[in-house]
Design a protein around this ligand. Structure first.
Ligand code: SAM
Ligand code: SF4
Length: 266
């Protein structure tokens, strides 16, 4: 698939759920979240079918995200189904890591290649404040289990917020060097305000080479994180939704008034 700016579209990021076991301050409000009703969320079979059709149209890389992908029941089966699709060369996951001790080995066996784990600070108190409910120790155990399971390279995503200090960054750099992890810093963004930034150490944020589409948990294929347009696979049919999203992918997005990080998946 080539979009109207001749960018090849080969990468699909799938948000498998908007639910999460953390409440990071930059991502979700503490309460009062309008969860997507269960009956509107795509089933695992529907997600796998979107991936299959995508592979036929030229998608080669898939990332599972959320919300927290590991709170979605049946996630290991979904990985297994997607990894069996001909043409999918790379399958990765972005996770907060809390449930990796439980799932890492099975995910690897099911065909997951690698994980990105979100970790914003190695200061336990600060980590808890940022995530509202998270325990640093659990994420550190998650990182170890990903390494032991061979879900490599393990990449660490650190969101840089106004409370991030030089020490936080330096401590993360030292930790990642020692543990053989790749570290990426992501500036806190606001989708609504169109505050967008390039990912340090990653590919995100460079519109001229953007090869991505996103599938939300309720089945909208979104051509751009910073645009409100979405094309629903149930309403339009899967192939048609892909074609519309690709045809209408903007040169670069400005703002997104309908989505949040936790339902688009970052
Ligand atoms: N729950 C998983 C996790 O935290 O890794 C996956 C979903 S999360 C929405 C995906 C990525 O988006 C994470 O790396 C997270 O840190 C990032 N993110 C969330 N809100 C953000 C914001 N306002 N600005 C920049 N990145 C954000
Ligand atoms: Fe959950 Fe990830 Fe959002 Fe944190 S960033 S609240 S872990 S979805």
């Amino acid at each position: 698939m080539l979009d109207s700016y001749k960018r090849p579209i080969t990468y699909l990021r799938i948000s498998v759920t908007d639910r999460c076991n953390l409440r990071c301050t930059y991502c979700m409000p503490e309460e009062g979240i309008d969860w997507i009703p269960h009956q509107k969320i795509l089933s695992l079979e529907e997600i796998a079918e979107v991936a299959r059709v995508g592979a036929r149209l030229g998608i080669k890389k898939i990332r599972l995200t959320g919300g927290e992908p590991l709170v979605r029941k049946g996630i290991v089966n979904l990985v297994e189904e997607i990894s069996a699709i001909e043409g999918i060369e790379d399958i990765a996951m972005t996770t907060n890591g809390i449930l990796l001790p439980e799932f890492a080995k099975d995910l690897k066996k099911a065909g997951l290649h690698r994980v990105n784990i979100s970790l914003d600070s190695l200061d336990a108190e600060k980590f808890q404040k940022l995530t509202r409910v998270g325990q640093l120790e659990e994420v550190l155990e998650g990182i170890q289990s990903a390494k032991e399971a061979g879900l490599e390279p393990v990449k660490i995503n650190c969101v840089v917020t106004p409370s991030t200090t030089t020490k936080d960054k330096e401590d993360l750099k030292t930790f990642c060097n020692k543990e053989g992890l790749e570290l990426r810093f992501i500036q806190e963004m606001s989708l609504e305000k169109g505050e967008f930034s390039v990912v340090e150490g990653g590919e995100g944020g460079n519109c001229s080479i953007c090869n991505r589409l996103r599938l939300t948990a309720q089945g909208d294929i979104m051509p751009c994180l910073f645009s409100s347009s979405g094309y629903n696979v149930k309403e339009l049919g899967i192939e048609n939704a892909y074609n519309m999203a690709v045809a209408l992918k903007p040169k670069s997005g400005h703002s997104n008034k309908v989505g949040s990080f936790y339902n688009i998946g970052g």
